[in-house]
Design a protein around this ligand. Structure first.
Ligand code: DDH
Length: 268
């Protein structure tokens, strides 16, 4: 039986606001789930990506980069039970798309057709270490995103997702939100990168940067976007033009969610 996509999208929208969760909204962690499910892709051997929903299995489930995402997967599980014909791989990626739109962001092109692996062979589960390490610089960022098939412009656009959500000491070791509006999708992240003075945070945790109010944060990989001569002008473009950022983000996020999906290529 076919999935009622309209009803499913409405059911996703209905669970987004959640007073028990960070900032009263689960949208940011759902976006991170869609991204981490997809960002394991390697174009060299066409492995990884969202198809298969392999994040349910080791070693991907216990990759340190995915800490906390078990909660996001669990929050979507009742929708899988209510819409049994949707694959988890489609559900996780669609939830990210619906969340961004509900948080006033653009609509990302998204196509169904992913299937779930039930007993994946080890070779079908992406190894740990394919997702970016926040303590590193621009050459690492390029290694990771070029492996997925992205260019510098895509990298900067995708990084703008950090306008949403926050870091948690019990997940990544980092702490705090990037913006004062972590549940509203905007180009605020780029504006802050360009306009704020960022200094090293004095604390016992990993190196991160704070703004003059000490309430907002940047990871070393976020700072790399303004320290790198090729990334910086793109950051400035997006800081100045929200519509351009929305257009480029939707295209790059749509491409991310398609990586490694094994069905006739979707028209993007
Ligand atoms: Fe990210 N991200 N991300 N990120 N990310 C974290 C949180 C969120 C990196 C590291 C971290 C993208 C790129 C990078 C979101 C979306 C996206 C956290 C904090 C770390 C660390 C996790 C925690 O403690 O809970 C690094 C490094 C990169 C990089 O590019 C080099 C991209 C491309 C996206 C995307 O969606 C397209 C979102 C949303 C969050 C907030 C999650 C939450 O729970 O809130």
């Amino acid at each position: 039986m076919a999935v009622n996509w309209f009803a499913l999208e409405n059911d996703i929208k209905a669970i987004l606001k959640n007073p028990q969760w960070d900032d009263g909204h689960i949208g940011p962690v759902l976006v991170r789930l869609a991204w981490h499910a997809s960002g394991t892709y390697s174009k060299k051997d066409n492995t990884g990506g969202s198809d298969g929903a392999t994040m349910r299995f080791n070693p991907e489930s216990s990759d340190g980069a995915n800490a906390g995402l078990e909660k996001a997967r669990a929050m979507l599980e009742p929708l899988k039970q209510k819409h049994p014909n949707v694959s988890r791989a489609d559900l996780w990626t669609l939830a990210g798309v619906v969340a961004i739109e509900a948080m006033q962001g653009p609509r990302t092109p998204w196509y169904p057709g992913r299937t779930d692996k039930e007993k994946p062979k080890t070779a079908e589960i992406p190894p740990n270490g394919r997702l970016p390490d926040a303590s590193q610089g621009s050459s690492h960022i390029r290694d990771v995103f070029y492996r997925m098939g992205f260019n510098d412009r895509d990298i900067v656009a995708l990084s703008g997702a950090h306008t949403l959500g926050r870091c948690h000491t019990d997940r990544s070791g980092y702490t705090g939100p990037w913006t004062n509006t972590p549940t509203r999708f905007s180009n605020q992240y780029f504006k802050l990168l360009v306009n704020e003075t960022w200094t090293k945070k004095e604390w016992n945790g990993p190196l991160q940067y704070e703004d003059s109010s000490k309430e907002l944060m940047m990871l070393p990989t976020d700072m790399a976007l303004i320290w790198d001569a090729k990334f910086k002008p793109i950051v400035e473009e997006y800081a100045a033009d929200k519509e351009l950022f929305f257009k480029d983000f939707a295209a790059a996020f749509g491409k991310l969610l398609e990586l490694g999906v094994k069905r006739p290529a979707a028209k993007l």
